[in-house]
Design a protein around this ligand. Structure first.
Ligand code: ZN
Length: 148
């Protein structure tokens, strides 16, 4: 399956049936994100188990790419610790923003479909909004821990 088919199928699927959609009861932290270029809005809720994300949910109103990207992200980061999430984010960011980057390798799983966004530079911020929102939630939780 080539990247364009993968992109279309995965984005359509996750936009139509977003995974982990809806507010999380009893979250440890949350953050809101807004992409003014497109009008996408997201809220991401997190619950931790030590340093790992035990549960993550999101809710929002936005374009297909922002919704699908958030859905894919929640599946990808659940159970991971902060260091692993940061590494994953760096790889996704490179895939999205470096037009000449090598094709994404299989270890990215379905997230590799996001590489299709490279064809539409104006939509890159739609795809990264959920990651920025997740980072904001993680930073907020770090602040909360360090000031206690
Ligand atoms: Zn958008």
């Amino acid at each position: 399956m080539d990247l364009k088919d993968l992109y279309r199928d995965v984005i359509l699927d996750h936009n139509r049936q977003p995974r982990n959609f809806g507010a999380l009861t009893d979250p440890d932290t949350h953050a809101e994100g807004h992409n003014p270029l497109c009008g996408d809005r997201l809220t991401v809720w997190l619950r931790f188990d030590g340093d790992r994300i035990a549960d993550i949910r999101f809710e929002g109103k936005g374009c297909a790419i922002s919704t699908a990207s958030a859905s894919l992200m929640t599946e990808a980061v659940k159970g991971k610790d902060k260091a692993a999430i940061r590494e994953l984010y760096d790889r996704i960011h490179a895939v999205l923003t470096q037009p000449d980057a090598a094709p994404p390798d299989a270890s990215l799983g379905k997230l590799a479909a996001l590489a299709g966004v490279r064809e539409f530079p104006a939509r890159v911020k739609c795809a990264t909004l959920c990651w920025h929102t997740l980072n904001a939630a993680l930073e907020r939780s770090a602040d909360a821990v360090s000031t206690e």
